[in-house]
Design a protein around this ligand. Structure first.
Ligand SMILES: [Zn+2]
Length: 436
């Protein structure tokens, strides 16, 4: 057994979370913001924190924070609210707590690792540091960001977007799930005050740096045979809702020439999106669709479909989405249908903090040798917070590269490497005179 397995409750951590929100049929997870499974995950988080003597706070936007305070005394000058001494390494990341963590919610039938790996590794990193007798000179906080995937209300990273003010509070309160339940009501039922949501200056000001560990959502690390890597940037990405409107009619009695079939327009738009994105060096995906009236023997009256698009830069992204929109409108003209396109979210390119990234790389190189630096097409809370605080990400190898599916996987040895990496980073950023 390695140090991580011995010093932390690592296997138990996974075992205690395993069954929550898991569909027995698919093996995938259905942990959506504020649903029963998500609430159970939040209870799990609070219990793990309590087991370790960490206090838990829920911020105004519903994000959970488990807090490891430095002990009072000579080692605590760099704690929250105080200035780090001259020459102190802690000064490099400013005043406040060192935040780690990720999210516990999932996409529909998501895998076990996307999100939970970062939270579990954070608790395990605390265990590992404690087993080594290490003590923080500034607070270390573990975050569980709420509603990262946006699976229920349609806006990804809602918790961190609200916290940083990127998502308007009124707009958020009015978001509805597929059953018409408003986000505000879902939060209220969970015991939160939906009127309190919005930019949280105090919380943001209390974070000196945020490092999110996440399973890689590609195979770049496997290609170079490295267990962990550091993120360089996140591609700009966004979501657009396409409303295709036509006319419902009988599938058996309506001649093709008499149809105004929005499914046809939608289908052509999917093919166009693939082509335009490929030509533009971008990625475009229609992964969610809603059909009215959704009957096997009925021509639909309306098809709503959501486009997820990503590109290396913002100009390319805008151009590709405009190309797709034009193709949809052109096709609608031929089908006798109509199409409206609405942007639901847009996240600009994120370059992670250069100084923090460099410091992370140096810290990890001492333990892992060469540490690859790679960009990603996936959005994360770390990307949202990057505009507010120094932020970085650590990726753990995903041997198949598969993500957002029950087949998502990481090897235990690589997960252990991730815990050691995170412990290393925390020791570096939250350590006192021993920080290097
Ligand atoms: Zn994630």
């Amino acid at each position: 057994m390695g140090e991580v397995a011995e010093a932390t409750g690592y296997a138990d951590l996974w075992a205690s979370l395993h069954a929550i929100g898991r569909d027995a049929g698919t093996g995938g997870y259905r942990r959506f913001a504020w649903n029963a499974a998500d609430l159970a995950c939040r209870e799990w988080f609070a219990a793990q924190a309590a087991d370790r003597g960490l206090s838990v706070e829920i911020d105004r936007n519903g994000n959970q924070w488990a807090r490891w305070e430095p002990e009072a005394g000579p080692g605590s000058e760099a704690g929250p609210g105080s200035q780090a001494g001259p020459g102190s390494e802690a000064k490099a990341v400013g005043v406040g707590a060192v935040a780690i963590g990720s999210h516990l919610d999932s996409v529909p039938d998501g895998g076990a690792f996307d999100g939970p790996l970062g939270v579990i590794s954070s608790f395990a990193a605390v265990d590992l540091l404690r087993s080594r007798g290490w003590k923080p000179s500034r607070a270390v906080v573990i975050a569980n960001f709420t509603d990262e995937e946006g699976a229920r209300f349609g806006v990804a990273c809602a918790g961190s977007r609200l916290m940083s003010g990127l998502l308007d509070a009124d707009k958020a309160r009015g978001l509805r799930d597929a059953d018409g339940i408003r986000l505000a009501d879902a939060m209220e039922r969970a015991g939160l005050d939906p009127h309190a949501i919005g930019r949280d200056e105090e919380r943001l000001g209390g974070i000196a740096a945020f490092v999110e560990l996440h399973i890689e959502q590609g195979r770049a690390l496997d290609d170079v045979d490295a267990p962990v890597g550091v993120a360089s940037a996140i591609w700009p990405h966004g979501r657009w809702r396409f409303d295709f409107d036509g006319e419902a009619n009988h599938a058996g009695t309506t001649a093709f020439d008499e149809r105004r079939d929005p499914m046809l327009t939608y289908a052509h738009t999917v093919l166009s999106a693939r082509k335009k994105a490929r030509l533009g060096g971008a990625l475009a995906t229609f992964g969610r669709v809603r059909v009215d009236p959704n009957g096997t023997n009925a021509i639909p009256s309306r098809v709503q479909a959501w486009l997820d698009a990503r590109a290396p830069d913002e100009a390319v992204l805008a151009a590709v989405v405009e190309d797709i929109r034009e193709a949809a409108v052109e096709r609608a003209g031929r089908d006798g249908t109509a199409v409206e396109v609405q942007n639901e979210s847009l996240t600009p390119v994120v370059e992670f903090d250069g100084a923090l990234r460099g410091r992370l790389s140096r810290a990890l190189e001492s333990e892992f040798g060469t540490v690859p630096v790679l960009p990603t097409g996936a959005g994360h809370d770390a990307g949202i917070l990057a505009a507010e605080v120094p932020t970085a990400m650590v990726f753990v190898r995903n041997p198949t590269g598969r993500s957002h599916t029950p087949h998502e996987h990481a090897e235990t040895m690589d997960c252990h490497a991730g815990v050691r990496a995170l412990a290393h980073i925390v020791a570096d950023l939250a350590g006192g005179e021993s920080g290097s």
